[in-house]
Design a protein around this ligand. Structure first.
Ligand SMILES: Nc1ncnc2c1ncn2[C@@H]1O[C@H](COP(=O)(O)OP(=O)(O)OP(=O)(O)O)[C@@H](O)[C@H]1O
Ligand SMILES: [Mg+2]
Length: 260
């Protein structure tokens, strides 16, 4: 097997689950229920990029740019400075303020792609990280488009030297197709989940898929700690096949969500 350049996630201990990190150029789906740590994981990835001198583009649809900067500051990362130093662009797709050069006016995939390319040009050449938090916003009123939009984003943006985290919400209980199309085109899937155990909320992470990588197959318990961010607590006894849907169920759901 040839040499694979890998990017650190910035979460202590997590890279080891991925044989060293996320392969350069990969588009990785990050899924999970609300409040289970997806954004915080993405912030780690962004902060690590800034630290390593990568160009970092963070598209935020659920929170404002201000909120992202504030959340990062809680864990000791100075995103304000990174913005000023042209190491980071935060594209705000929530407030959509006219006159702000890094806002989306319409939340469409076309505008997203154009804005991301513009941001990449602004940041200049070199290895780049892209975070889209979240992709679900782009197919909110038309979930059947998930697969087509995901494919479009990957096809166009993979030419720009991005290693990308594409976040999507996930609701197993309703079996909604949100995000399924995304998981289909992704080179990797990192799934966050949470459950109540012993009267306390516990959070977990699982690497469901990572091409070209002998990745860990366990469900890991995680915690989010003030001043520190995401911490791996330890592996549980559960393995991927205990908590994932069988492959044929994925296939069936993906087919059902296909555009006519
Ligand atoms: N500074 C902090 N210190 C400790 N825990 C925090 C801190 N900030 C957030 N958290 C915890 O992290 C949780 C939110 O995590 P995060 O924003 O990554 O979730 P998410 O998966 O992105 O959710 P959503 O789908 O709603 O965007 C909060 O509910 C809180 O429990
Ligand atoms: Mg979030």
């Amino acid at each position: 097997m040839g040499y694979v350049e890998r990017l650190s996630t910035g979460v202590q201990g997590f890279d080891e689950l991925l044989a060293g990190g996320i392969p350069r150029g990969f588009f990785v789906a990050v899924t999970g229920e609300p409040g289970c740590g997806k954004t915080i994981f993405a912030l780690h990835f962004a902060a690590q990029g800034v630290r390593e001198g990568d160009k970092v583009i963070y598209v935020t649809t659920e929170e404002s740019r201000e909120s992202i900067v504030r959340q990062a500051a809680q864990f000791g990362w100075d995103f304000k400075k990174a913005l000023e130093d042209r190491r980071l662009v935060i594209i705000d797709a929530l407030l959509r303020e006219r006159g702000d050069p890094w806002s989306l006016v319409e939340v469409t995939v076309e505008e997203l792609i154009d804005k991301v390319i513009e941001a990449k040009r602004y940041l200049g050449y070199g290895r780049a990280r892209l975070i889209i938090d979240s992709m679900s916003a782009f197919w909110l009123d038309k979930p059947v488009m998930a697969r087509k939009y995901s494919y479009q984003v990957k096809r166009v943006l993979s030419r720009w030297d991005f290693t990308a985290l594409l976040i999507s919400q996930y609701a197993i209980t309703t079996m909604q197709a949100y995000g399924w199309g995304l998981e289909h085109i992704a080179d990797g899937i990192i799934r966050f989940t949470r459950r109540l155990a012993g009267g306390r909320l516990r959070r977990y992470v699982l690497v469901e898929k990572m091409r070209q990588t002998p990745h860990d197959l366990h469900l890991w318990e995680i915690d989010i700690q003030p001043g520190k961010g995401m911490v791996l607590l330890g592996k549980t006894q559960l393995r991927a096949e205990d908590v994932s849907l069988p492959e044929e169920v994925y296939e069936r759901i993906a087919r059902r969500g296909e555009p006519k």
